[in-house]
Structure formats: structure tokens, C-alpha cells
Design a binder for this molecule. Structure first.
Ligand SMILES: *Cc1c(COP(=O)(O)O)cnc(C)c1O
Length: 427
């Protein structure tokens, strides 16, 4: 029986490339038809057939306080009534900057942009402009937006020079991109031994959320900090996903490691398009108009987006609010593990704050891209479709992290765990 999503997707494909505006939405790795959503409230979303789901995608992270939170809706509508964009400074930009700086003290100056991708590409340009060096180092399985220089496929070698990960990216652009396995300090040391005085920056997801959810090992980030200090490279934390999630103050608060620059996105816009680049004043002041490294944006610091981000972060930073969502996430992953064990399904989980990862694997440790790629992909696909059918919306890929909001409550938990119990028993 054709549901409305099938009809709508067929129509969308006649007009939009692949029927979607972001490749990750297309269900290519799980098969079937993407579900068209029409409404969200708190932890729940509703599709075009009126079916309800507990949502663990949350727009791939941004909705830290759930769908259509009244405070966010109110802030956006009030702001919109006064005009949607000026191309001139507004007080909302400073207010959001002040709040972000309180939550992440490593940020002394900030530049608002419109997406995580923009934050990361500006970070690379700034790091190169500041250090006068051209190479950058990233980790296999970490994603920093669709930035040419960062779309690098590491290949099968342990230490590989950058080969472009997409047609349309010239080899000349990625020649300056080095890659190392995640959580592997020895590999990083060895690259620095060869190229150290030409490396402008190390970019890292301090909790990786684009190869499923894989936190850094306890010593990894501190080790990177030391290597960067010794060599004069900048340490850039891409906290587009982990910011305001791994902990309220981001992964940098969780691990107690201070980056030179931080990329933000997702939660900082509370569901509207915002990204940000922040960090040490001395480095940030190299950006235009204070310094020579050019960066600009017609809609950067847009009032609606600032209002949405402010309302979201103000709510989230009230006492205990984030901590309760973290505790809820802990119960979720523990509950899922129990039910997988009871059904005899080999299963592991990771959690960092309100991010989580589910792995169909016998392995005790999941620390790098290869560990994630080694999980049982077919089992994930069956689990995904079983949960979707049962009214639980997970990201349609075994390489995506899961997200929890402050709106996830007892009803959402029992709905999810009951569904998982039934689905695990048929895996
Ligand atoms: C989502 C994401 C990006 C890209 O952000 P967009 O807003 O999609 O451009 C960059 N880095 C990380 C870690 C992300 O999770």
C-alpha cells in the first residue's frame, strides 16, 4: 500500500536532486522511502500519514530542547515581526556571543556564520592565515562539512596523504590535507615528525558524531593539545555537533582540554541556520575587519537565527536541564543494552552527554572508523526499519549518531524500549 511519503517522494524526485536537499536524508544505505514529516512537538514527530515517532534525529542534532519549544517559537515570531534581516549590527548577536562565551570560556571572540560547513572552512582559512602554514591534519571518519579541503578519503593506509573524497575536488586542494586514524596519537606524532613545521592546524571532532558516536579516548585530546603546543599548530575542535551536547560546555568541558579555535553549529541555532567560529582573541582578531583573513556573510548573525539560538541556549543552560537530559540518555542506552542482551544480539553503545551511538558488534571497543565500519550493517538495516515501523525515528545510517532532547520523557523512554524489545527479538 502506497503511503503519502511514497507519493510525495516520487514527486520530489522530479524536481529536487535525489528528492532531497541534503544527501543524508535519502535512505540510500537502508533502502525504502524517506518519511516526509509535517509536524513536531517535544520529543515526537508526525509524518504525512499522521503516524507518530519518538525522534532521535532532532534535525541531526540542533533541537536540544525538542521540537517547537514554546520559548523558541515565541522568540522567532516576536523577532520576525520587527524585520527579518538588516545587514547592520543587532543586539541579539552580542547577546548570543556573551552566552556562548559563558558556556565555553576558550572562546574570547566569535564570528557568527550560517552553517557548520562555513564555520569549518573559515577555521581552516584563519588557521592558515594566522600561522602562515598550509597543511592541515584531520582524522579518518571525522566530518567537517562539505569543505573541499576537508572532503578527504583517507584510503586504506594508516597514514595517507589526502586523496579527494569527491569528484569536483581537485587533488591540488587536498594535497595539503593529512589524515590519521581517530584516537591514534602515535599516527599524529609520526605525521608531525615529517611535516610538523608546515601544519597550520589539527581539526578534530572531540566527540566524533559522523562515524556513529565515538568519543575521544581520555588521553587523545590532551595529547593533541601537547603536540600542537610543541609545533605551533592550532588545535581546532569541531564542536558543530558536540557543542552543548557532549556537555553543556561542549566536549572541551567534558575533557578539560582548551582548543585554540572552536567550530559551532547545530544547537547554537536551535533549528535555524547558524554556525560560529570562536577562539583565542589573538587568533580571531586576524579575521576581517580586524585582520587580513577575509570572511563575510549577508545573513550572518541573522536576527531570527540569533533569537532561536538564544532561546534554546537560555533554556538549556538553566540549572539541571542539560544534566537531566544526559541522565535520560544514560537510561536509554542502558535499557537498549539490556534488551539486546536478553535477545542475544551482540550490541555495544557509546554515550557522550545527549549524543549516543548504537553498534551491532561483538567488539569490546569501538574507537575508530574501521571499528564502526566493521559492525553488522544488515542487522542495523533490519533494526532501523523495525524501529521505524514501531514509531521510533533513528537516522537512516549506521554512521550517524543519535540525539536526545530535554523533552524526552518517561513516555518516550518506555515507547522506545518496548519497541526495541520487540525488534531485537526478531533480529
Ligand atoms: C553537521 C556537521 C558539520 C557541518 O555542518 P552543516 O551545518 O551541516 O554545514 C560540520 N562538522 C560536524 C562535526 C558536524 O556534525
Amino acid at each position: 500500500m502506497a503511503n503519502r511519503s511514497e507519493t510525495l517522494f516520487a514527486e520530489a524526485q522530479r524536481h529536487l536532486v535525489g528528492g532531497v536537499n541534503s544527501a543524508v536524508r535519502a535512505f540510500r544505505s537502508v533502502g525504502g522511502t524517506p518519511v516526509f514529516m509535517r509536524r513536531g512537538a517535544g520529543a515526537w514527530i508526525e509524518d504525512e500519514d499522521g503516524k507518530q515517532y519518538v525522534d532521535y534525529v532532532l534535525s541531526y542534532g540542533p533541537l536540544a530542547i525538542g521540537h517547537a519549544h514554546p520559548e523558541v517559537v515565541e522568540a522567532i515570531s516576536q523577532t520576525a515581526a520587527n524585520g527579518t534581516s538588516f545587514g547592520a549590527p543587532t543586539v541579539l548577536e552580542t547577546e548570543l556571543a556573551v552566552l556562548v562565551r559563558e558556556l565555553m570560556p576558550s572562546i574570547e571572540r566569535i564570528r557568527m556564520v550560517n552553517s557548520g560547513t562555513e564555520a569549518c572552512l573559515s577555521a581552516v582559512r584563519l588557521a592558515r592565515g594566522y600561522t602562515g602554514r598550509d597543511r592541515i591534519l584531520k582524522f579518518r571518519g571525522n566530518y567537517h562539512g562539505h569543505v573541499d579541503a576537508l572532503l578527504v578519503e583517507a584510503g586504506s593506509g594508516v597514514l595517507t596523504l589526502g586523496i579527494p573524497g569527491s569528484p569536483g575536488v581537485p587533488a591540488a586542494v587536498t594535497e595539503m590535507t593529512l589524515t590519521a586514524p581517530y584516537n591514534d596519537l602515535e599516527a599524529v606524532r609520526s605525521l608531525f615528525a615529517d611535516y610538523g613545521d608546515t601544519i597550520a592546524a589539527v581539526l578534530v571532532e572531540p566527540v566524533s558524531g559522523n562515524m556513529n558516536c565515538v568519543p575521544a579516548r581520555p588521553d587523545f585530546l590532551a595529547g593533541l593539545r601537547q603536540i600542537c603546543d610543541d609545533s605551533g599548530a592550532l588545535l581546532v575542535f569541531d564542536e558543530v555537533m558536540s557543542g552543548f551536547r557532549a556537555a553543556l560546555g561542549g566536549a572541551q568541558a567534558l575533557y578539560g582540554v582548551k582548543p585554540d579555535l572552536t567550530c559551532l553549529g547545530k544547537v547554537i541555532g536551535g533549528g535555524l541556520p547558524v554556525g560560529a567560529l570562536g577562539g583565542r582573541a589573538e587568533v580571531m582578531e586576524h579575521l576581517a575587519p580586524s585582520g587580513p583573513v577575509y570572511q563575510a556573510g549577508t545573513l550572518s548573525g541573522n536576527p531570527l537565527a540569533m533569537a532561536s539560538g538564544l532561546a534554546t541556549l537560555r533554556n538549556l543552560s538553566q540549572p539541571d536541564v542539560h544534566a537531566r537530559a544526559e541522565a535520560w540518555t544514560r537510561r536509554l542506552v542502558a535499557g537498549l543494552r539490556e534488551r539486546a542482551d536478553a535477545a542475544g544480539v551482540p550490541f555495544a553503545t557509546h554515550q557522550a552527554g545527549t549524543m549516543f551511538g548504537l553498534f551491532f558488534t561483538h567488539a569490546d571497543t569501538v574507537e575508530r572508523f574501521e571499528d564502526v565500519a566493521g559492525c553488522d550493517a544488515e542487522r542495523f538495516v533490519r533494526f532501523f526499519h523495525g524501529m521505524l515501523e514501531a514509531g521510533v525515528y533513528l537516522a537512516p545510517s549506521a554512521f550517524e549518531a543519535g540525539f536526545v532532547s530535554t523533552a524526552h520523557d518517561e513516555a518516550a523512554l518506555s515507547h522506545t524500549l518496548d519497541a526495541a524489545e520487540r525488534v531485537f527479538s526478531h533480529l
